[in-house]
Write a protein that binds this ligand. Sequence first.
Ligand SMILES: [Fe+2]
Ligand SMILES: [Fe+2]
Length: 474
Amino acid sequence: MAIDYAERIPNNVELSTNRTLQRALEQWQPAFLSWWKEMGPTDFNALDVYLRTAISVDTKGWANYGYVRMPDYRWGIFLAEPEADRRIGFGDDFGNPVWQQVPGEYRSQLRRLIVTQGDTEPASVEQQRLLGHTAPSLYDLRNLFQVNVEEGRHLWAMVYLLHAYFGRDGREEAEELLARHSGDADNPRILGTFNEPITDWLSFFMFTFFTDRDGKFQLKSFAESSFDPLARTCRFMLTEEAHHMFVGDTGISRVTKRTLEVMKELGTDEPAAIRRAGALDLPTIQRYLNFWFSSSLDLFGSEASSNAAAYFAQGIKGRPDEKKYDDHIVRDATFELDVPDGNGGVRRESVAMRNAMNEVVRNSYTEDCMRGLNRWNKLIEAAGHAFRFSLPSTRFRRTIGNWAGVPTDPSGRPIAQDEYDAQVASWLPNGDDRAFVASLMRRVIEPGKMAAWIAPPEKGIKDRPVDYEYVRLA
Ligand SMILES: [Fe+2]
Ligand SMILES: [Fe+2]
């Protein structure tokens, strides 16, 4: 399915056959571009960046690589190929044909879900807009911009659905997506994590590992949706999303690798000594990990949720990889949840499985995160150190769900608030950590050179060498 690049808005949805929709989107396009120029990586818009651009939705050879100035990036509308005779894969209408239009009775739910997903895409571009000033290498700078332009394209993906299927309400929502801003006191982004500032590269790698991975699981849930245009949009977004998590995964690997090198050179694991040598000590990395993992867990919503049950029953939002389950209707199954008993202890509660769908997805997410940690831990093990990264309990530092506001230690054991307050500086990035990390953030612009706190990548982008000039600095 080729993409039509002759059009003002590249697309594979035959936009030119629907003049009204085309005009509406062409009116939104300049608003998007002014948003990019004001709220995106503003200071880097004049640079040539070696970027990939989607040219087809085939899994093989779907992208083209070349120098592009970011404001000239061809943002467009790309849906995965339709599946012939696709059927509803879960919920009460299992086995019926999927919907090509929005059913009237589910209109507001679907719009809300698409808006919430859409809101995260420009939010992350806003969060990351100044990072280019402190990139540890040209390779990393290019990866940041690649992630940024693709998040911009994901916004296009959601805006297309709003315009094409939700009429006037949809067009208004599309405007709102450019009006809310990350961290804005009056008009913030919808979800908490997307209002957290990302001012350093350790946080950026944590964000792309943990928060983009939440995105992966949300998109996988929507890829199962009975609303076929949403499913097809999200399937193609997942292709792009993989690179974002690669950036986080390899970023943290490279930081860890460099730390291990410094530990070896100095013959110590003493954090103060590692820091004096200009690298990040492992306990600091662990505290950043605790912060971003716990923050990202909230994005899945409450453990028991009547909304989640309704989305599943109605066929709107499924479980990632629905095919791997035996029971797609899930009418009678139950799920055991550990909840606070109100007296500083834990009590087990049985809820209908449909109500526990958020928790089911959160658990798959946690397992997926653990695979990354295992890779980093192998590096530490191979270097002969006893330290291991660990994921905190899903009860730790939650602000949504049963454990919201319940103080626990990272293992999930409920503790008194004053004990939490006394120890939190050893569990989450403290003022000293943030100041130290900030002190490392200096721009490295010589091709192939890396900042002292991060090891070079194993290879470059698309067969280019690591010392390729990924960004041409003016
Ligand atoms: Fe995205
Ligand atoms: Fe992403």
